[in-house]
Design a protein around this ligand. Structure first.
Ligand SMILES: C=C(O[C@@H]1C=C(C(=O)O)C=C[C@H]1O)C(=O)O
Length: 253
């Protein structure tokens, strides 16, 4: 699953993105087991003594703190949602191969990922209601958020390989800080169409009830496949491309 070592090619990066679709689709299906549970996201409920903010913030911050100590964010593929005041890793450093340009390595658009997931996406695929399972729901949210964040920030690796494959095409636009031209250069509409078709199909396949006897019951999806296609069309692909542009604009610093 490598961005490290000799296997740093556009093809290998695209394979990694395809593999990540599985977790994104499955994690949404898992989240759909719970209803909305909106108390979890309510900033005015004060459910946690001594913590101001919604319960989901508390759970994500505390989880990220543990994971940071265990070295999660030393990995250039991982970006925290609450980067302020995170503790450093306390375990011996693994030597991740450093393929990214230092200026781009610190790009973090998780605020946009968080906002998209909680405010736009969630209401599209979970049922209304409250079953009290806040901690489990938040754990499920965090898996979705981390999977989406990793996919979107993979744009850094995509941009790096595209730059290395055609520096003469990219350099003038980078020097001119021309984000429109950069966006055109990095866009591959044929690939985007395939990605959207494939994730819709994955949601169809992964979300079916599996019966031993193959009676063709009417399908009732756990997550509507068209919602997953829309997720990619409206948010995942545009945000990945935004990361690509942000990365490229700093590539010659
Ligand atoms: C990620 C890439 O760059 C762009 C973004 C894509 C995506 O987010 O799926 C697909 C094609 C490109 O327009 C790529 O070329 O693979």
């Amino acid at each position: 699953e490598g961005i490290s070592g000799p296997e740093f090619t556009l093809d290998s990066i695209r394979k990694a993105l395809i593999r990540q679709e599985d977790l994104i689709v499955f994690s949404l299906i898992e989240r759909a087991r719970f209803p909305m549970n909106s108390a979890l996201y309510n900033p005015r409920l004060d459910l946690v003594p001594g913590f101001s903010g919604p319960l989901v913030d508390f759970i994500v911050k505390e989880t990220e703190t543990v994971q940071a100590k265990a070295g999660r964010y030393v990995n250039p593929e991982e970006n925290p949602f609450f980067p302020d005041n995170l503790p450093p890793s306390i375990i011996p450093n693994y030597n991740y191969s450093q393929v990214l340009h230092p200026g781009g390595a610190s790009i973090n658009i998780n605020k946009a990922v968080w906002d998209m997931y909680l405010n736009q996406l969630l209401p599209l695929f979970v049922d209304a209601g409250d079953d009290g399972n806040y901690a489990s729901t938040a754990a499920s949210d965090l898996i979705c958020l981390q999977a989406l964040s990793r996919r979107i920030h993979y744009g850094k690796f995509v941009a790096e390989i595209k730059f290395r494959d055609a520096p003469n095409d990219y350099e003038p636009a980078i020097r001119a800080k021309d984000t429109d031209v950069l966006m055109k250069l990095l866009t591959d509409e044929r690939v985007e169409k395939m990605v959207k078709k494939r994730v819709e199909k994955k949601a169809d396949v992964f979300g079916q009830d599996v019966n031993v006897s193959n009676n063709a019951d009417s399908k009732r999806y756990k997550v509507d496949p068209t919602v997953v296609a829309r997720l990619y069309d409206e948010w995942v692909i545009p945000l990945t491309k935004l990361v690509e542009v942000e990365y490229l604009i700093r590539r010659l610093d």
